[in-house]
Design a protein around this ligand. Structure first.
Ligand code: ADP
Ligand code: MG
Length: 277
């Protein structure tokens, strides 16, 4: 059962990937964990010092890691979309092939494919999913895309309802509505999981610009649970989530020693009380 999702966002270079790795490693001591990078500029391989790529890579008994490849994701998503469309309109094959090619170039193809993949993971058997995100702008855009997709499918659902009435009247079977509802349900599920089970860590350091970006994450993602984490912190305070500076935070053994207690504390609270608030 999926207990919680941790998403690390923030300005480039603040330590998102390092904290994501350290948190995932520590959680995997007691739970089955997926650590996934959705930042096209992946760095999990370098930080963990393991050869990771597209496709799940087993790192330890309980820890699986993946660096999602944008090209592969879009390719896989387009194939999936095409097979759904073919099911609906089997006679239009050459036009559909062309449509599928164009779909790859749609401005939100990558975000759509990525969000769709996350839903697959939520349905898997991981207890914790730790997401290493792209820097602030790209991450915020991903959330906005999710809202747009939800609105778009609501619109398509209405269109499909009208079409079904007509098809039924003509005595024909129509599964468009069913297919659209299926897509819509997936986006709604994604939103629900992110709202109810996700903690978004807006990572910053003592630099002012990184603090501004962490503020902007809080502002844009008001409907989600966002906590600021001060990384490479010179003096830890009781009321802030902080991680100190450590020498050489690379490789599994060193990362396991990184003091991410403040971050883990949020998960423990959740496991004990089923609520973070
Ligand atoms: N707590 C820390 N102590 C020391 N160095 C750190 C710490 N966190 C991150 N770093 C270093 O800071 C740099 C950027 O970290 P990284 O996790 O790649 O950032 P991001 O994913 O936000 O771009 C790396 O060289 C990393 O080793
Ligand atoms: Mg990174």
């Amino acid at each position: 059962m999926l207990l919680r999702v941790a998403l690390f966002g923030g300005k480039g270079g603040v330590g998102k990937s390092t904290l994501a790795c350290a948190t995932a490693l520590r959680l995997s001591e007691d739970h089955k964990v997926l650590l996934v990078s959705i930042d096209p500029a992946h760095s999990l391989s370098g930080i963990l010092q393991r050869d990771i790529g597209h496709g799940l890579c087993k790192i330890t008994e309980n820890l699986y890691v993946e660096e999602l490849s944008a090209e592969d994701l879009v390719e896989e998503y387009t194939k999936k979309a095409l097979s759904v469309i073919k099911e609906m309109i089997p006679t239009l094959s050459s036009a559909l092939e062309e449509y599928a090619k164009q779909l790859k170039h749609s401005p939100t193809a990558l975000e759509t494919a990525l969000l769709d993949r996350l839903v697959d993971y939520f349905d898997g058997n991981f207890e914790f999913i730790v997401i290493d995100s792209a820097p602030t702008g790209q991450m915020v855009r991903l959330f906005y895309t999710m809202h747009s997709i939800e609105k778009w499918f609501s619109f398509l659902e209405k269109v499909a309802q009208e079409r079904q009435k007509l098809e039924n009247f003509m005595g024909r079977k129509d599964n468009l509505l069913e297919l659209i509802r299926d897509r819509k349900d997936r986006v709604e599920k994604l939103m629900k999981v992110l709202k109810e089970k996700a903690v978004i860590f807006a990572v910053m350091n003592e630099d002012k610009l990184s603090a501004q970006e962490a503020d902007s994450i809080q502002k844009h993602l008001q409907n989600f649970r966002v906590y600021k984490v001060i990384n490479k912190c010179s003096s830890l305070k009781e009321d802030t989530i902080g991680v100190p500076y450590v020498e050489n935070p690379y490789g599994i053994e060193n990362l396991k020693k990184l003091p991410v207690e403040d971050i883990l504390r949020l998960f423990r609270v959740f496991n004990n009380s089923q609520s973070l608030d």
